[in-house]
Design a protein around this ligand. Structure first.
Ligand code: AHR
Length: 901
């Protein structure tokens, strides 16, 4: 609710206490220095809020080498996320606050607070009136009224808004120019090394003049700021060291390594039995043009330039279609279904003309393969019209053909079957008119008959099988960012994705293409059931993606679903649970049953939110949804969200909120370098076991080499060790169509005819297929020389007799995990050797090997290899002592499994 209260800046200026927000200079205090806060115009404020300090306001020193202590999270990556003209001040409670401009046009501004200038709280982006913009804010505090006023420039006007708490802001009102006083100063700063403006020709310019504002702070503030950025930089540089390029030098002179692993079965602990799962998102053409087996592109004529933010006019209803010898227009006056307004109108003056679809990079055909072509047609004159449906190779040869007769004046579905006479990588579908006249067409579809498990409207078999081969414990869908969408109107609404395909509502894909939603919630659930994975739908928390592009309604997440519409939104989520788990007689269970699945889907998990900006807007909506779901479905496990990084404001705020609400599991995301994964194997060791559990919903190490994959494997051994906290983990993204990627790396690449799993996929598969529900801790002792070393924390390696650096390095590069499946007593031992050295492993299995057989799987190669052969050794009777040498850069898995009877 907004209070209307106008306080003119002039009157504020005359009030006692004004301008309290300005740092009080204290020349007698030698321990105080001037803090200059600024953003650099050279990168439009993308690098955030910086500091410099000076004792005399003349000679300035950069703090943290121009480290960005606060970064804007407003709007899209690339063009947005700017801090412009920041105004930093200490409020009357001593808290630091920053107010900044987001860009030159948006009718929002930004504010955030911090107690120490390093850890910042939530950002919020209050709205101004339409058409008001926000530049050069200047903040003052009125000690009498306890109001803060923010004077700013909007176009050619000066305005002021007031607030008491930086949550509720009064409408901005104009002030005369004379009442706007900008007290920013210009400082001459040394240029930061590596600065964007220090390009060729500027080597001799050591300083740069920057405008910012001044505060006075104790010297120790500068020390703490420097310390903070140095810690960040030193961790980053340590992670950069973990690079195969350095390995031969770093490990030179070290003879081979020996690892003695001592199991501690008495310390066994239960761990999640669904740790390894998959993350599915329609990114990189993973759904349309990917897992969804539909072979035609733009079958519904619903492509629109809007899908591509109006940057591609060829991306329209006619995309992927061409006409030969007939008129082809698009109409929407009498659609097949309101959710699919556009359809094709064919005008054939004579027979022989055709409408042609080129599929996704062509249509792949298999000799002898059967294909079902279906379409909806309407003959406005009511006369029957014949068509020849043809599959045509690049050279013009017809590989399959069938006749279809349309007759109805109203929309009607027709289906023909085709059998391909030969293989083709790049065929096309031709709908050839054998009769002259007008015909309307929509939902023109071509499906292979051999979809995964022969499901109709099903999945591409080879891709579905490749995913199933991971043996995932769960599948998360429909994203990622696709779940919360590009702005409010693009939030993924599950109800639009079930039912007959012609009634589903397609929409732009946040990755700038088109979602037909042919692969919708029914198909996702069915697939999960088919492969024995738990379905994990992730639903937007009433806010769109924090990286949403700007719209008339503003950008970022400030634009949550209006509270007046939230009841209905919450109801939609409750309806999803009924749709999945309700009896076929219930309202939504009936809808599921009508799709051919009267039995329930046993939904156990639901994700609310995807790495959202944890703002007040988010909290309000998340809490509404969470409470409603918990109340109606107390047995359902709700998974909350804690931002896109392993640290920072959203992580801290997300964890605080989830802990407060007692959310059972939170979804963490991080994409980092291999070095980060190597250095952070202890990440979950110290997690508070009484707090929410973790779903590591998105992670990857920025690469598809064996080194990347093994760094992920190393980390996975630490996830198994912490499988009492980390309940689920999914590498992201999963699928990528070659030449159509918006994100790299991915787990499985594909084209029309081939599936190309990465070496990271092999790691996921080895962990997925060798999972247990019990963790057997072990002590790992490394030796590189005759000396034997002291013990290490369970599952982590120690070493001795080498220089200190090498000890550290060796410890980090060997990962061990032993898990057991209590159902059949199988034991799975995984050892990652990320050293460039052979490592001998000795492990006494004792009774665990009794009457068992052992299989061995070894993945290894050179660190930069993009593929690595998986060597599988035939099963042999398991010996109780494992004593083997592991090759450099390898993952070895032993399966100690019951012998066949
Ligand atoms: O996995 C790709 C994207 O990364 C996801 O859509 C999003 O959640 C994350 O930022």
């Amino acid at each position: 609710m907004k209070r209307v209260l106008f306080l003119a800046l002039a009157s504020l200026a005359s009030l006692p206490g004004y301008p309290q927000s300005h740092p009080q200079s204290s020349p007698n205090n030698p321990d105080s220095v001037f803090l200059f806060s600024y953003a650099t115009p050279k990168d439009n404020g993308h690098s955030g809020l910086h500091f410099a300090w000076s004792a005399d306001k003349k000679t300035w020193t950069l703090v943290g080498n121009e480290y960005g202590y606060l970064k804007s999270d407003y709007g899209e990556w690339g063009s947005q996320k700017q801090i412009n003209s920041p105004y930093l001040f200490q409020d009357h409670d001593g808290q630091w606050r920053c107010v900044w401009s987001l860009n030159t046009s948006t009718n929002q501004f930004a504010t955030a607070a911090s107690t120490n200038l390093t850890n910042w709280g939530r950002q919020s982006y209050p709205y101004l009136e339409q058409n008001q913009s926000f530049r050069q804010p200047v903040v003052h505090y009125d000690n009498t009224t306890k109001d803060y006023s923010i004077a700013f420039i909007s176009g050619d006007q000066y305005l002021v808004t007031t607030t008491k708490d930086f949550k509720v802001f009064n409408p901005a009102t104009p002030i005369p120019a004379s009442q706007y006083t900008d007290d920013r100063v210009t400082a001459t700063l040394p240029q930061a090394p590596g600065s964007l403006s220090s390009g060729p020709g500027t080597e001799n310019i050591p300083t740069v003049a920057i405008t910012g504002n001044l505060s006075k702070v104790p010297r120790q503030v500068i020390a703490k700021l420097n310390q903070f950025s140095q810690q960040v930089e030193s961790k980053a540089s340590q992670a950069r060291e973990e690079n195969p390029k350095n390995d031969s030098l770093r490990f030179a002179g070290i003879p081979s390594v020996a690892a003695t692993i001592t199991l501690q079965p008495e310390k066994r602990k239960p761990i999640s039995d669904r740790l390894i799962g998959v993350f599915f998102e329609d990114i990189n053409y993973a759904a349309d043009g990917g897992l969804y087996a539909e072979l035609l592109q733009n079958r519904d004529f619903e492509y629109t330039p809007h899908d591509r933010k109006y940057n591609d006019t060829a991306w329209n209803s006619k995309h992927s279609w061409t006409a030969k010898g007939l008129g082809f227009t698009i109409d929407s006056s009498a659609p097949l279904h309101p959710n699919n307004p556009h359809y094709a109108v064919l005008n054939a003056a004579s027979s022989g003309g055709a409408l042609i679809n080129s599929g996704y990079d062509g249509i792949p055909l298999k000799k002898g393969g059967q294909y079902e072509c279906s379409l909806f047609a309407r003959s406005p004159d009511g006369k029957s019209k014949d068509m020849l449906i043809k599959l045509v190779a690049q050279d013009g040869s017809v590989l399959a053909q069938a006749t279809l007769q349309t007759h109805a004046q109203q929309w009607q579905k027709y289906t023909v079957r085709l059998t391909a006479r030969a293989d083709a990588a790049n065929a096309r579908l031709e709908l050839q008119m054998s009769t002259a006249g007008r015909l309307m067409l929509d939902m023109v579809s071509l499906f292979p008959k051999n979809t995964f498990k022969s499901r109709s409207n099903g999945m591409r078999a080879d891709l579905a099988e490749a995913i199933a081969a991971i043996h995932p414990g769960f599948i998360r869908f429909p994203g990622g960012c696709v779940s919360h969408g590009d702005g409010l109107d693009n939030i993924y609404r599950w109800k639009n994705t079930v039912g007959p395909i012609e009634t589903r509502k397609p929409q732009p894909n946040i990755w700038r293409y088109h979602q037909s939603v042919g692969l919708g919630f029914f198909e996702y659930f069915q697939y999960c059931e088919d492969i024995g994975a738990e379905p994990l739908p992730v639903i937007a928390a009433g806010v769109p993606c924090q990286n949403s592009s700007l719209t008339a309604k503003g950008g970022g997440q400030q634009g949550g679903i209006p509270i007046s519409e939230m009841d209905q939104y919450v109801q939609d989520i409750l309806d999803l649970v009924e749709w999945a788990n309700g009896p076929a007689t219930s309202k939504w269970g009936k809808v599921r049953a009508a799709s051919g699945h009267p039995a329930t889907f046993h939904l156990k998990y639901i994700g609310i939110g995807n790495e959202d900006l944890i703002s007040d807007v988010f909290e309000e909506r998340f809490t509404m949804i969470y409470k409603a779901v918990r109340q109606k479905y107390p047995d359902l496990t709700v998974i909350g969200t804690v931002g896109p990084f392993y640290m920072g404001t959203d992580y801290e705020q997300g964890w605080a909120l989830a802990s407060r609400l007692k959310v059972p599991i939170v979804d963490e995301h991080y994409y980092e370098s291999p070095g980060w994964f190597i250095d952070n194997q202890g990440f979950y060791d110290q997690y508070d076991r009484t707090k929410p559990k973790v779903y590591l919903g998105e992670y990857a190490s920025w690469g598809n080499t064996l080194f990347n994959a093994l760094s992920e494997a190393l980390y996975l051994t630490s996830l198994e060790r912490n499988g009492d906290v980390v309940q689920m983990a999914s590498y992201a993204p999963l699928l990528a169509r070659e030449k159509h990627t918006q994100w790299n790396p991915d787990l499985i690449y594909f084209n029309n005819t081939e599936v190309r799993p990465t070496v990271n996929y092999e790691v996921q598969k080895l962990f997925g297929n060798n999972a247990g529900n019990e963790y057997l801790p072990s002590i790992v002792e490394l030796s590189v020389a005759p000396t034997v070393q002291p013990s290490a924390p369970t599952g982590q390696a120690t070493a001795s007799s080498t220089p200190q650096d090498d000890l550290q390095a060796l410890r980090k590069r060997v990962g061990v995990s032993v898990v057991r499946d209590t159902a059949n007593g199988a034991v799975f031992i995984k050892v990652v050797n990320l050293l460039p050295l052979a490592t001998t492993v000795k492990l006494d299995l004792g009774d665990l090997a009794k009457g068992r057989q052992a299989e061995k799987y070894v993945l290894h190669g050179l660190p930069n290899d993009k593929t690595a052969p998986l060597k599988v050794s035939a099963a042999v009777p398991a010996s109780n002592i494992l004593n083997e040498t592991l090759p450099p850069y390898s993952l070895t898995v032993w399966r100690i499994i019951p012998s066949p009877h």
